[in-house]
Design a protein around this ligand. Structure first.
Ligand code: PLP
Length: 400
């Protein structure tokens, strides 16, 4: 189908919840994407941090093809290949390796599951505790409960009333957290680096103080690693760089390199709060996505993606830092590993993104003032150089 025909069909038949860019992508390989006319793009979005191994990774494609021909779905009423193996492998990414997993189909559902698990756990241990505290500017998803957890009024306003039991505290403010964690609170849910909120990292002191407060008060520490997980920031999970031991971790995005899958990963004691019938999913943990996720996990560690995320990410931040010296339009560069953002002093982020797109470079803006870079984790310095050379020319134009 021609791109213009596809745009017309989309406008007519697809709910318009996204202001899509006018490109029709048909294939990809590694960092590269190709449109319907064969034009090549360098991808610094990776499907919003989902395609950490790059597009069409051979081992993942092979796993999908093999399992797709064998068996795709029978539901959670029965055992299937790959589900328990994947759970063991996910658990193995944590100290001790004794965590248990609930499989969902997305990040939103993983967080929804974590919120239900926290309430269920509190029912027996701390009657009266049911609230979940999260950070301002956080993002935890789009279902009503995860939207209520999300600390962004602009995303909530048009869907009131939201489920109760959520409150928000400013990130990196220990006193505010101390005051918020009262006896009605079942869990604290945090991102180590806020993604959709604009790439804002939590600081080390805050994270360990938060863990300490949770331990003292019997409140669950839950970390949303939906965007930071699977080596995006260096370690398998971003919280591991700070030596945290969260009770519950939620993941999704990069887990099967682009197939829809998510998970709640909880320590044994908390996981046991869920009894048969308490929670479920028709598709979650199906053999197709689990086979793809296992191939993804294997390739992520074989190819030392975490190590490259750290080195390429440091290089990207350094190059953006150089641009910041020359362009006062850039007011801040920040992030962790290959999750990098920069703030602009003027509301021209969308314009910069559009100009880069016309030059064959995919980056993403968050709101009017923030540009975000989330390339696949095997991104090379040469590709960062290409990005920054183009960005420099675009900034010259924008500032003219
Ligand atoms: C993307 C994201 C979600 C929601 O994941 P979906 O798969 O889109 O439902 C939740 N939390 C964080 C931190 C995210 O980045």
């Amino acid at each position: 189908m021609k791109a213009t025909a596809a745009f017309g069909l989309d406008a007519k038949y697809v709910m318009q919840t996204y202001a899509r860019k006018p490109i029709l992508f048909v294939s990809g390989k590694g960092m590269r994407l190709f449109d319907d006319e064969g034009a090549e793009y360098l991808d610094f979005v990776s499907g919003i941090g989902a395609v950490n191994l790059g597009h069409s990774h051979p081992a993942v494609c092979e796993a999908i093809a093999r399992q797709g021909k064998r068996l795709t779905h029978v539901s959670n009423l029965y055992y299937v290949e790959h589900r328990a193996e994947l759970a063991e492998e996910l658990s193995g990414l944590f100290d001790g390796g004794t965590r248990r997993v609930f499989f969902s189909n997305s990040g939103t559902e993983a967080n929804e599951g974590a919120i239900k698990l926290a309430r269920r756990f509190a029912q027996d241990r701390h009657p009266g505790a049911f609230k979940v505290v999260t950070a301002e500017r956080s993002f935890h998803g789009r279902t009503l409960a995860t939207l209520a957890a999300t600390g962004q009024a602009a995303k909530q306003e048009r869907f009131l009333p939201l489920p109760e039991g959520f409150s928000h505290v400013p990130l990196n403010d220990i006193d505010a957290l101390d005051a918020a964690l009262d006896e009605t609170v079942a869990a604290l849910l945090l991102e180590v680096v806020q993604g959709e909120g604009g790439v804002f990292p939590a600081n080390a002191g805050y994270l360990s103080a938060a863990e300490q407060l949770c331990r003292e008060r019997g409140i669950l520490l839950m970390i949303d690693e939906v965007q930071t997980g699977f080596f995006r920031t260096g370690p398998a999970f971003a919280h591991q760089a700070f030596g945290l031991m969260p009770d519950v971790v939620t993941v999704a995005k990069a887990m099967a390199n682009g197939l829809p899958v998510g998970a709640v990963i909880a320590c044994e004691e908390v996981a046991e709060a869920f009894m048969p019938g308490d929670h479920g999913s028709t598709f979650g943990g199906g053999p197709l996505v689990c086979a793809a996720a296992r191939a993804t996990l294997r390739a992520l560690s074989d190819e030392q993606c975490g190590r490259n995320a750290l080195s390429a990410g440091a290089y990207l931040q350094a190059r953006l830092g150089e641009l910041m010296q020359g362009f006062p339009l850039i007011s801040d560069v920040r992030g962790a590993g290959l999750m990098v953002g920069c703030s602009l002093t003027e509301p021209v982020a969308a314009e910069v993104v559009g100009m880069l797109l016309r030059r064959g470079l995919l980056v993403n803006n968050i709101g009017a003032n923030i540009i975000r870079f989330l390339p696949p984790l095997l991104c090379k310095t040469a590709e960062v150089d290409t990005l920054c050379a183009n960005l420099e020319e675009v900034l010259v134009e924008v500032c003219a």
